[in-house]
Design a protein. Structure first.
Lengths: 186, 314
């Protein structure tokens, strides 16, 4: 069913793509097609920029087998929102990232964008952003995750992220002793 | 947000997890929060700690106040030994944390500034710290290093042992400098306190020549050893001067506070833009002489008059 729907979308997308070359079509691991601004994709993702420049973009939908449809939808949504949020004059300079400010603060709309995501969707998006080389989106999502960890004890962090404690009692004791300074706070 | 059904965070690649941890250090303000993630699971312990652009480690943050310490504190005799032991533990924990911070995999991100504050302890301890710093600087992981070397408080040293203690400090520092040339080459800021050097050359040439990236140097209560009165001399001898004669030196700021030196001779210090000198006593001879110092913009001179009063000349 999903694939059929995807095909329908593909035909529609192809028509649009033929009429307007400003977009590229991306295909998720489960065969769904998404259309994204070519300019925004190239600017925000080093991998997509490479594919566009190298001519390996398929008009019928470029296969992104590692990314599920939900994550890809968020990626595309983010790119399109980004395309609308920045005046075009600033595009060129924003595509070059300097290492001077290592951690850029997310903008208000970016905060809202990640805040509305479910836990699983957030992590799928981090993986997609990492795979596509989307530095800015990675910044925004990693910022969100670090905020979720902030001020929490190891037990609380385990609970939030469902991290399984695979240490033995002896090992835990050993680490606690080794890093005793880290567990003491004024 | 709903809690996780499955553990997705631990499946993220190393560099993404390191990025998250790096942010945690920046926002939480210290390395403790990151160190604590080691206890989450094996996956987290295997992570080399993040390369963040500014790492600041202060040995005083690595002390673990123990009940034992509280108890021995009451008893004067055992106090010193307990302090030594605490110092040793703190230095070991400090060095481990430094090693974990520096062992992060090579990537495009580097530590712009590494600030370290540690004790002038045994030669082996210092060498380990120096080798870590030198290795990281040589590998391009660290761009600039700031060192503040902490020595035993002079007020806890008997007055008759003060000179000997300061000379011992100077000797230990000399060994450190000799053992770890790589570390000193990367230093941009150095703060030394209560160190006396055996001869002027050690301070004048060894230190300044060894630290060819040094931009900020603070010498506080440091000095150069000299015989108090020469035999067959009428006047008391004057300690040797600190001579800065290095055309290739990048030193921009020099601060000498209450040093036992016979003034400062700025023969060649092309990059020096700020110089601050607080003398212990007023002498008849001029404390400072200027040679080639084309960049000098800010000069602050003063002396300690009577008890604790500073008189600022400019």
């Amino acid at each position: 069913m999903e694939v059929d729907k995807g095909k329908g979308e593909a035909e529609e997308t192809r028509k649009v793509a033929e009429a307007d070359r400003d977009t590229v079509t991306l295909k998720s691991s489960d065969g769904k097609l998404f259309e994204v601004s070519k300019e925004a994709a190239a600017r925000l993702s080093t991998v997509l920029a490479g594919m566009i420049a190298g001519g390996s973009i398929d008009d019928n939908g470029t296969d992104l087998k590692q990314i599920g449809s939900e994550a890809l939808e968020n990626v595309v949504d983010y790119c399109n929102k980004h395309a609308n949020s920045i005046p075009s004059a600033a595009l060129i300079s924003s595509s070059i990232s300097f290492n001077t400010a290592p951690f850029k603060e997310p903008e208000e709309w970016e905060r809202k964008f990640v805040d509305r995501l479910s836990h699983d969707a957030l992590f799928d998006l981090v993986e997609a952003a990492n795979f596509l080389g989307m530095e800015r989106l990675l910044d925004v999502t990693c910022h969100k995750i670090s905020e979720m960890m902030k001020g929490k004890s190891p037990d609380q962090i385990r609970e939030v992220f469902n991290i399984k404690n695979d240490y033995t009692k002896e090992e835990l004791e050993e680490i606690r002793q080794e890093l005793a300074w880290a567990f003491y706070d004024d | 947000m709903a809690e996780a059904e499955i553990d997705k965070i631990s499946e993220l690649p190393d560099d993404v997890l390191l990025d998250i941890l790096g942010r945690l250090v920046v926002t939480a303000g210290d390395v403790h929060a990151v160190a604590r993630t080691s206890i989450l699971s094996r996956r987290w312990r295997s992570l080399p700690w993040p390369q963040i652009t500014g790492v600041s480690l202060d040995v005083s943050k690595f002390f673990i106040p123990s009940d034992e310490w509280q108890r021995v504190r009451q008893r004067r005799r055992r106090r010193r030994r307990a302090w030594e032991q605490d110092q040793r533990h703190a230095t070991a924990a400090f060095t481990d944390a430094l090693a974990r911070f520096l062992e992060a995999p090579a990537s495009k991100r580097v530590i712009e500034k590494l600030s370290l504050k540690f004790f002038l302890r045994r030669r082996d301890d210092l060498r380990r710290i120096g080798e870590l710093v030198g290795g990281a600087a040589a590998g391009g992981v660290v761009k600039s290093v700031e060192l503040e070397i902490v020595v035993t408080e002079m007020k806890s040293v008997a007055p008759e042992l003060e000179e000997q203690t300061k000379l011992g400090n100077g000797e230990r520092f000399g060994h450190f400098l000799h053992d770890c040339p790589g570390a000193f080459r990367s230093i941009t800021k150095l703060t030394l306190k209560d160190m006396w050097f055996h001869d002027a050359a050690e301070l004048n040439s060894n230190l300044l020549r060894g630290c060819n990236n040094l931009q900020f140097l603070t010498l506080s209560s440091c000095g150069i050893f000299y015989p108090k009165t020469l035999p067959n001399a009428d006047e008391p001898s004057r300690p040797p001067a600190l001579t800065i004669d290095a055309p290739e030196l990048r030193l921009e700021f020099l601060r000498c506070d209450l040093c036992d030196i016979g003034g400062v001779e700025l023969v060649q210090a092309p990059a020096l833009s700020g110089f601050s000198y607080y003398a212990k006593v007023i002498e008849d001879s001029a404390p400072i002489s200027f040679g080639c110092t084309p960049s000098l913009k800010c000069l602050s001179l003063g002396h300690c008059q009577g008890e604790d009063t500073f008189v600022k000349l400019k």
